[in-house]
Design a protein around this ligand. Structure first.
Ligand SMILES: Cc1ncc(C[n+]2csc(CCOP(=O)(O)OP(=O)(O)O)c2C)c(N)n1
Ligand SMILES: [Mg+2]
Length: 354
């Protein structure tokens, strides 16, 4: 037998779990300011996450998917994007959405079941949260095809979970993206679990990244708890896509420290010991340690940052709670330009009952 093709999947990490650099840092990560900005996004995301769970627990928010421990994936990826790029997030990418300019209040409205939460004032062309697993991957390929046909130097960034990489939608989207050299970056947020299904039971593939190779483009792994590695890999993939080099799949290795959603109890299917182990890897403490060691990040700055994130989240929660609900008829308002007759009848019946 002769080998007709050989493939390699690289892995990148710059900051180890203790925050110490394990490789020469990329240019952007040498200065204090850029790292503090990334750190603030992650802390804001985590603060939002805790507040959202508290709101759900007190009956003031719908089911919510926590991103605890995975903040570096969304923050690192979105920070590398340009404003004119387009994000297609799954339901666990609050950090990415915040960096893109979606407001805390919009996020709360969305998770509170209010359609106005998807009508972003900032990133108008970013896609809404995608709850169906992986179905936004073909949309990402479609958006990327539109950019290519129009000759626009824009990139679609699609983030999905490890479980989503087992879905036909994701394989098909990657296949067409490879075949047509589309400007799209796929990011698999590998948090090791798809609800109660562990990564190993999900797919027999050695890495998720190698799924790109079957589609004819590069797949690579990064430490998804190292925001520097995520940002660097995303920036490289974005540059490549923007320059006509086609898609990339980035597998970001992280861990879901929380329950799947607020209607899940993960202690029923996984050990505390495993979760405890991954707490030692988490991204926020990692970057904080790095900032403290290399950039003199101190207690006063830390406290001020936590306080300002808490105030921002609190103000958004108050604004969300004070927002009068949409009129019931609004549920009919945004799907059709002109309502089909049967739906128009339902609308009229509903309004008559009010
Ligand atoms: C098409 C579809 N099937 C099933 C579900 C129910 N469901 C919600 S999340 C999830 C697991 C997703 O796992 P993964 O892709 O790893 O993302 P994670 O939740 O870990 O972020 C499933 C099966 C769904 N939302 N959509
Ligand atoms: Mg998962």
């Amino acid at each position: 037998m002769t080998a007709v093709a050989t493939f390699e999947v690289g892995y990148t990490r710059f900051l180890g779990p203790d925050g110490k650099a394990v490789a020469a840092l990329p240019e952007f990560a040498r200065g204090r300011e850029a790292l503090v900005a990334l750190y603030r996004w992650m802390v804001l995301t985590r603060t939002f996450d805790a507040r959202a769970i508290a709101l759900q627990r007190t009956g003031r928010l719908g089911t919510y998917a926590s991103c605890l421990g995975q903040e570096a994936v969304g923050v690192g990826a979105a920070d590398a994007m340009l404003a004119e790029d387009v994000l297609l997030p799954s339901f666990r990418e609050h950090g990415a959405q915040l960096v893109r300019g979606v407001t805390l209040k919009e996020l709360l409205l969305y998770w509170g079941g209010d359609g106005r939460g998807s009508d972003y004032a900032g990133p108008r062309q970013d896609f809404p949260v995608c709850i169906p697993v992986g179905t936004h991957a073909p949309h990402a390929a479609g958006a990327a095809l539109a950019f290519k046909l129009r000759g626009e130097a824009r990139v679609a960034v699609c983030i999905f979970g490890d479980g989503a990489t087992s879905k036909g939608d994701v394989y098909e989207a990657m296949n067409v993206a490879g075949a047509w050299t589309l400007p799209v970056v796929f990011i698999a947020n590998n948090n090791q679990w798809a609800i109660s299904v562990p990564r190993k039971a999900q797919t027999a593939t050695e890495t998720l990244a190698q799924k790109a190779i079957a589609a004819g483009f590069e797949g690579l792994q990064v430490d998804g708890n190292d925001v520097v590695a995520v940002r660097q890999a995303a920036a490289g993939a974005l540059d490549k896509a923007r320059g006509g080099g086609g898609p990339t799949l980035i597998e970001a290795l992280t861990y879901r420290l929380g329950d799947h959603t607020t209607v899940d109890d993960a202690s029923r299917y996984r050990d505390d010991e495993e979760v405890g182990r991954y707490w030692k890897e988490e991204p926020v403490a990692r970057l904080r340690s790095h900032l403290a060691e290399i950039h003199g990040w101190g207690k006063a700055e830390e406290e001020a940052l936590i306080e300002s994130c808490a105030a921002e989240v609190e103000a958004a929660a108050e604004a969300y709670l004070a927002e009068p609900p949409e009129p019931p008829g609004a549920v009919f308002d945004y799907l059709y330009e002109e309502l089909p007759a049967d739906v128009a009848r339902q609308r009229a019946a509903m309004l008559a009952e009010e």
